[in-house]
Design a protein. Structure first.
Ligand SMILES: [Zn+2]
Length: 157
């Protein structure tokens, strides 16, 4: 798989008003219950700042229709419509994104939130059938800020 994008998601876990520190194990259980063979994401970034691995990076994920074959999926624990990231989670996310951007030579502009696939549809990169109504990774998550921080982390090496 050629990684051209990194897509950020929320676990959309409603428990504890979106503060639940959802584990990769729990998400794997939800996804396998849907009949998938594994968790759909490559990484889960916990609210306490731990980073858990999901699907191996060299395997196609199941997280963003239209982009799975050319992206990695990173999921934030909790619920991004209800709670912003914790400071530890934001730091861990940015560190992970910078590492992945460097490894796969993905520019920070191609770190997108799931909801931003609509921009790719508007740009003609994706077919209109891939348009989404999702708010993922959540209304409390600014992808502009995530990109600024990732780009800064890359520059600082
Ligand atoms: Zn998503």
């Amino acid at each position: 798989m050629r990684v051209e994008y990194i897509v950020v998601h929320t676990a959309a876990d409603f428990r504890d008003e979106g503060r639940r520190d959802t584990s990769a194990l729990e998400i794997r259980a939800w996804h396998t219950a849907r009949g998938w063979n594994d968790i759909g994401y490559h990484y889960v970034v916990r609210r306490d700042g731990r980073v858990e691995t999901g699907r191996p990076e060299n395997q196609t994920g199941a997280h963003t229709r239209g982009l799975n074959h050319k992206s990695l999926g990173v999921c934030l624990s909790g619920h991004g419509d209800l709670q912003p990231m914790t400071e530890a989670q934001e730091r861990a996310l940015v560190r992970l994104l910078a590492q992945l951007c460097k490894k796969y030579k993905v520019p920070p502009e191609r770190v997108i939130g799931h909801r931003e696939v609509n921009r790719l549809v508007e740009a003609g990169v994706l077919e209109p059938i891939y348009r989404t109504a999702k708010t993922c990774p959540g209304k409390q998550i600014s992808m502009t800020l995530v990109r600024v921080l990732t780009s800064r982390a890359l520059k600082e090496g």
